[in-house]
Write a protein that binds this ligand. Structure first.
Ligand code: GP9
Ligand code: MN
Length: 634
């Protein structure tokens, strides 16, 4: 284009330059994007360009004044998109996806979490908009003549060239970039945060179509896979808790690194450490949640399916057909409940619990919540447990129940009176405050189990405790490194996804406590429970295995596609040796790559295609069960 053409689009070019630089600064300051070489840095630098030229380029079809106004409006839009991602990233260490945007019913309840995520420096995000606004008023830019057709074609050809140059470069750095879409960081790093959103919109339309196109044949292949991988349960423990109540404690943000660990000579989780000595404890157990956090963990635990790679399945697919644990246990006379002192619609729980077949959800309205007994997200754990035990005493037995704690949630707030241990001392307020809130939750669990022992429920139950997901994100790696006394590499990040898993069977585990180091994950919880209760699930589609089974593979896959085997950790394209924490020969991880991908893909297919609606055998059992339930209700 000639000089004259450039002057026609000078406002557009200035806007592009400002937004481009701003995006790059945000990349470097607000997101933790790992760069390994110069090409990657270069890709990161140029990647916002094609989108910005495209979106501003639409203005070229508008007349004079409107054009610059449009460009200014588009700059505001792009800025808002950027800020939303920044704030979201601070909490979730992840980028926004369309399903997450529609979880608006969660937003109102976030309260203190949201405000503590905004920083004064965020105001700097508006500086360039100020400049643009000032230029908009300047006579030089006010009336610019239209571009000729030829000039427009040249402009959009240039945009396309920039885009394909970017994509080509990215593909050489990262083959199959668009087909392996689990890793959002990889996408943002290579094709920009903006093009990532366009790609995400494409995925959204694809998954919406998937249900309509699915048929029962899709399920057959998955059934074959699941059947081929099924392992027999451990004979000695099978049915050992037949007819007992099942009490699951979903422990908010609890990671394994605090277990059996001290700060200034004090144990961080004294009660859990004691309980472990009377239980089966799994020290290589991983959470497998994605963007749906707590709700994802609930989904995994109740279905032994993986949650989704984008969005929260509790929101996106709450009308699907599932064969969740409450529904299966109903056939065996169980009554199912959840105790959680939050609004019932948070994470769309009220709807999803109905779908899963829960009989009763004790939500915030079932608790006495006052100013004094609340902190952060709401009712404090000790009060929550105290009031829950009272409700529990009245439940029909046997029951299957889950209690979900809340105090140990970001931003980890706690009153002085509840501080039983010092804060950690590092540059991360989050990690510092995490230690006392974990300690407080530990106290809550202690009082809960102690008061349970005073009722007849305890002896007749099994108690299963697990961490729902990580509490300390990668944003705090430096502080984490200080706590652990070693650098937090991508290998360590995976190892930090370990959460405690404790199986406490009164009369059994206290006689013979064990620490089991086989690799397992939340996906294995349901098959384990079913086996302990002596319930046959050989006709169920589930991806987990009874953790006590001798045949269980020492293997688990995380939602971002990373996986862990007996000796290795695979993450971000690198196979690590667990013993040294150093990269190992890729060939060692190769045999598991396909399995990891397949598990996640099959599980996604089930959810997106709503495939369990085609499951014949279970459809029969289910009608029987519903009829039975209806009869008893009448
Ligand atoms: C909300 C609580 C916390 O009810 O379960 O949710 P999270 O943010 O951890 O997913
Ligand atoms: Mn949680």
């Amino acid at each position: 284009m000639r000089k004259k053409s450039f002057s026609k689009i000078s406002f557009l070019l200035i806007a592009t330059l400002l937004l481009w630089l701003k995006t790059y600064i945000v990349y470097k300051t607000s997101f933790d994007i790992k760069i390994e070489n110069f090409t990657q840095e270069f890709i990161l630098f140029i990647n916002p360009l094609s989108f910005l030229l495209l979106i501003f380029g639409i203005g070229l079809f508008m007349k004079e004044k409107n054009r610059n106004r449009y460009i200014f409006g588009a700059s505001i839009f792009v800025t808002v998109l950027l800020i939303s991602n920044m704030v979201f990233y601070r909490f979730f260490n992840d980028f926004l996806t369309i399903p997450v945007l529609f979880q608006t019913s969660n937003m109102g309840d976030l309260g203190s979490s949201i405000t503590s995520l905004f920083l004064p420096t965020d105001l700097l995000m508006f500086v360039d908009l100020g400049i643009l606004y000032w230029l908009l008023k300047k006579p030089t830019f006010r009336s610019t003549s239209l571009l000729t057709r030829k000039e427009k074609s040249a402009y959009f050809l240039l945009v396309a060239a920039v885009f394909f140059f970017n994509l080509g470069l990215a593909e050489t750095e990262r083959p199959q970039l668009l087909t392996r879409s689990f890793d959002r960081e990889m996408l943002v790093k290579n094709i920009s945060v903006y093009n990532f959103h366009i790609y995400d919109a494409f995925l959204q339309s694809k998954t919406s179509a998937q249900r309509a196109l699915a048929d029962s044949d899709n399920l057959t292949e998955i059934e074959n896979y699941v059947n081929a991988n099924r392992k027999d349960s451990e004979e000695d423990l099978k049915g050992i808790a037949e007819g007992r109540n099942v009490i699951l404690l979903s422990l908010e943000s609890l990671q394994s690194f605090v277990i059996n660990e001290k700060l200034n000579g004090e144990e961080i989780t004294p009660y859990l450490n004691d309980l472990i000595n009377e239980s089966y404890y799994f020290d290589n157990f991983y959470h497998q949640t994605g963007q749906g956090k707590t709700s994802d963990s609930e989904f995994i635990v109740d279905n032994s399916l993986y949650p989704l790679g984008r969005g929260a399945v509790f929101f996106t697919n709450s009308n699907n057909e599932y064969h969740a644990t409450p529904e299966l246990l109903k056939d065996h006379g169980y009554y199912s409940t959840v105790f959680h002192a939050n609004n019932k619609s948070f994470w769309n729980r009220d709807l999803m619990y109905k779908t899963f077949g829960y009989d009763r959800f004790f939500d915030v309205n079932d608790y006495n919540v006052t100013e004094e007994n609340s902190i952060g997200w709401g009712l404090k754990d000790i009060d929550f447990f105290e009031q829950s035990v009272q409700h529990m005493d009245d439940l029909p037995q046997p029951f299957y129940t889950r209690l979900i704690t809340l105090t140990n949630h970001f931003p980890f707030e706690l009153g002085e009176e509840d501080r039983f241990i010092d804060e950690f001392d590092s540059n991360s307020k989050t990690l510092n405050q995490y230690i006392p809130t974990v300690r407080y939750m530990d106290e809550g669990v202690k009082r809960f189990i102690e008061s349970l022992k005073e009722t007849d429920v305890y002896e007749n139950s099994i108690i299963i405790l697990y961490g729902d997901h990580y509490g300390i994100s990668e944003n705090h790696n430096v502080a984490m490194g200080k706590f652990l006394g070693k650098e937090v590499t991508p290998f360590e990040v995976v190892q930090l996804q370990r959460v405690p898993f404790i199986v406490h069977i009164p009369g059994v585990t206290d006689q013979d406590p064990q620490t089991i180091s086989k690799v397992s994950g939340q996906i294995d919880i349901r098959p384990t429970i079913m086996s302990l209760l002596g319930i046959d699930t050989s006709e169920q589609i589930q991806f987990g295995t009874d953790v006590f089974s001798d045949d269980k593979l020492s293997f688990t896959v995380l939602r971002d596609g990373s996986f862990i085997t007996e000796n290795n950790v695979y993450t971000r394209g690198i196979c690590y040796d667990k013993q040294t924490g150093q990269p190992a020969d890729q060939a060692i991880c190769d045999p598991y790559m396909e399995k990891a991908k397949q598990e996640l893909n099959y599980s996604d297919e089930i959810i997106y295609g709503d495939l369990l609606r085609f499951y014949e055998k279970n459809a029969e059992v289910e009608t029987e069960a519903t009829e039975k339930a209806e009869n008893t209700n009448n």
